[in-house]
Design a protein around this ligand. Structure first.
Ligand code: NDP
Ligand code: 8X3
Length: 252
């Protein structure tokens, strides 16, 4: 039976790959992101290719009132939700903390931490009401191993892991599952966004590394959401073969 999957940040990278893998298995999708045109093109692609239902929410997860106004009606129209993939997120800048922009820090905290909280608070009542559901939060190896010039981004991803663990505890009396996915270096638009559009600098991050591809992460997300009811995968860390810790990579 088709499940109902809500994915934030489904317009590119890991979120888009997740949308594709769920749709390819016949699941229906409620996809969110800020870029309206991309959301619509993903909808057309997935409905045409896989015949699944795809609803869209134009949403900036930083905007609390917007999240509150849009998520609940969208889920009601969609008929409920079985899986939430809290994937929307970003890094801004790569600078020594003392030189970093406070505005960048605010954007990362508002998106990666507060946005995740706003969305989850709107979705959880549906899951609690049906006593089932799975929340998959996109953490990072950056949340395990801090690295130089990434203090705030790493802190936001450590917060994602801690939020997952806390929500898992608080919903222990329900059949809801909570998983943190902690990927290492994944080749997406992530670094272009981090460097404010500097594509050459972004490309240099992935040069000499056979980086993880977004589809690799999506396959893991799909896997963790397809386990028996008795089994809950609490967290998964995924690294490139040339990676041994956060920013510790061996370039060839
Ligand atoms: P991308 O830049 O390709 O994708 C980021 C997605 O997040 C986009 O769909 C974007 O959509 C969405 N997004 C960003 N800000 C907002 C916002 N305020 N409101 C709603 N959606 C938002 O990067 P990735 O796919 O790599 O990143 C996805 C997640 O994976 C992030 O949480 C990131 O931290 C995490 N991650 C990435 C790794 C990597 O190496 N790439 C490794 C580990 C974790 P739109 O712009 O349309 O709003
Ligand atoms: C993204 C991975 O190592 O660039 O979370 O921070 S890293």
């Amino acid at each position: 039976m088709a499940r109902r999957i809500l994915i934030t940040g489904a317009t590119s990278g890991i979120g888009l790959a997740c949308a594709r893998v769920f749709a390819s298995h016949g699941d229906d999708l409620l996809i969110a992101g800020r870029r309206t045109t991309l959301l619509e093109s993903v909808k057309v692609e997935l409905t045409t290719e896989f015949g699944v239902r795809v609803d869209t929410i134009v949403l900036d997860v930083q905007q609390r009132e917007d999240v509150v106004a849009k998520i609940k009606p969208a889920i009601e129209a969609f008929g409920g939700v079985d899986v939430l993939v809290n994937n929307a997120g970003l890094a801004q800048g790569l600078d020594d903390f003392q030189d970093s922009a406070v505005d960048d820090a605010v954007t990362m905290i508002d998106t990666n931490v507060k946005g995740l909280i706003y969305v989850t608070k709107e979705v959880l009542p549906f899951m609690i009401g049906q006593n089932s559901g799975h929340i998959v939060n996109m953490g990072s190896t950056a949340g395990i191993y801090a690295y130089p010039k990434g203090a705030v981004y790493c802190a936001t991803k450590a917060a994602v892991k801690t939020l997952s663990d806390g929500i898992r505890m608080d919903t222990i009396a329900t059949d809801i599952k909570v998983t943190t996915i902690q990927p290492g270096i994944v080749e997406t638009d992530f670094s272009t966004v981090r460097f404010h559009g500097d594509k050459d600098r972004a490309d240099s991050v992935y040069a000499g590394i056979d980086a993880i591809q977004p589809e690799d992460v999506a396959d893991v997300v799909y896997y963790v959401t397809n386990q028996p009811k008795r089994l809950q995968i609490s967290d998964v860390t995924i690294m490139a073969n040339q990676q041994a810790a956060g920013f510790m990579v061996h370039k060839k």
